[in-house]
Design a protein around this ligand. Structure first.
Ligand code: F6R
Length: 260
């Protein structure tokens, strides 16, 4: 696991965008996209590279990690709508090739299965961008999730609903209680996992994920079992990492070589 400690949100965005750009140059065809605040600087940087450098996403397909149960794709807080507004509308990624679970499907259990099978038959996902919840969730695999889980329905914890209430006009009462989320086993199927995190409120979660025991109590700790993971963290989120100096030492040499 490579841990990159950065000094700013903009730098985090560059490091994540570099991972995506390098994978695309190496022939990547499938991107995995997270929503929420964490990947926004990366999406801004990818949009800038499209605008200024002609970086093209036309050959790519994309898969979202999750979707709220009960929200249609045109609801402004559905993740399908959020990813259109934050990334797809700013690049040449064909919206028809951006896949997400249908949270308003009449049979959400069948929809979760359909989505998982679509990922398995189209994938593997070349680069999966991830955020992490303050309770250690990735996707919406809340604590207690099976480390081998596939895409399915999960119930959000109250903490996650409160954390996400800031996105909903009506506050907490409007935040759905259930989601369709890629499982931890599904996420682990991606070739390269790139987790981006910022803020002191995530420090305990990222320390548990990177340095704690592999445990369903911190679902993101399953990343330790993956052969290719990059964690991009600001100083505040890195503040509880015991081996931060070592991560800096390793990355300093690599980043110098890359001209940072
Ligand atoms: C969103 C997702 C979640 C978020 C996590 C962090 O698609 O899967 O795991 O990445 O809740 O959210 P932010 O970045 O808003 O703090």
């Amino acid at each position: 696991m490579e841990v990159v400690i950065v000094g700013s949100d903009a730098q985090a965005g560059q490091v994540v965008a570099d991972a995506v750009t390098q994978a695309m140059a190496a022939g990547a065809r499938t991107l995995g996209l997270a929503t929420g605040s964490s990947p926004l600087s990366a999406y801004r940087e990818l949009a800038r590279r499209h605008r200024d450098d002609g970086l093209s996403f036309a050959a790519l397909q994309a898969f979202l990690l999750d979707e709220y149960v009960g929200l249609t794709a045109d609801h402004p807080q559905s993740y399908a709508a959020v990813i259109r507004a934050e990334l797809v509308d700013h690049v040449d990624l064909d919206v028809g090739r951006v896949h997400s679970p249908d949270g308003a499907a009449p049979d959400v259990l069948a929809e979760a299965l359909r989505y998982d099978e679509l990922i398995s038959s189209t994938g593997p996902i070349d680069v999966q961008i991830l955020g992490i919840g303050a309770n250690g969730h990735v996707g919406f695999n809340e604590p207690g999730s099976s480390l081998a889980s596939r895409t399915r329905i999960k119930t959000l914890t109250e903490q996650t609903r409160r954390d996400n209430a800031r996105f909903f006009e009506g506050g907490l009462a409007q935040v759905p209680r259930h989601v369709i989320t890629q499982g931890l086993g599904t996420i682990r199927g991606a070739r390269h996992l790139v987790l981006t995190v910022s803020g002191e409120h995530k420090a305990a979660a990222i320390a548990a994920a990177v340095e704690g025991p592999v445990s369903a109590s911190c679902p993101a700790s399953v990343l330790q079992l993956h052969p290719h993971v990059t964690v991009v963290t600001d100083e505040a989120a890195a503040s509880r990492l015991r081996h931060a100096d070592y991560y800096r030492y390793v990355v300093e040499h690599k980043l110098l070589e890359q001209g940072y």
